[in-house]
Design a protein around this ligand. Structure first.
Ligand SMILES: [Ca+2]
Length: 116
């Protein structure tokens, strides 16, 4: 995994005129059509301690009959990575793993606590 040194600058997505209509990042579900990738999305805090915010994405998989997944995408100096750093697989097909994801601990605590 790449190590990123944090700086005092940050990447702003907003401007005085409002948000840009162009996406800052486009994510494609790694587990295909029917995975319902993006069914749930949440800020994950800073899971790797590099001072950039990270994101957790759920994919319930009800359309594919799969087990469901959850992924962590790392933020960085140039924006959000488009490949997940972590991929969790649900314990059973049809179990709705990934239906809901959330960060359950304030970001200042340097550990990963996600509810999936
Ligand atoms: Ca981070």
């Amino acid at each position: 995994m790449e190590t990123v040194t944090a700086t005092s600058s940050s990447r702003r997505l907003s401007a005085p005129a409002g948000l840009s209509p162009t996406p800052a990042a486009t994510l494609t579900g790694p587990d295909g059509i029917g995975s319902l990738f993006g069914r749930s999305v949440a800020g994950a805090g800073d899971v790797n301690g590099d001072a950039y915010a990270d994101v957790v994405v759920g994919a319930e998989a009800t359309g594919s009959g799969g087990p469901g997944w959850a992924y962590v995408y790392l933020g960085g100096a140039t924006g959000l990575a488009t490949s997940p750093a972590v991929r969790w697989v649900g314990p059973e097909n049809g179990g709705a793993f990934g239906r809901t994801v959330a960060n359950v601990v304030p970001a200042r605590i340097a550990r990963l606590y996600l509810a999936i």
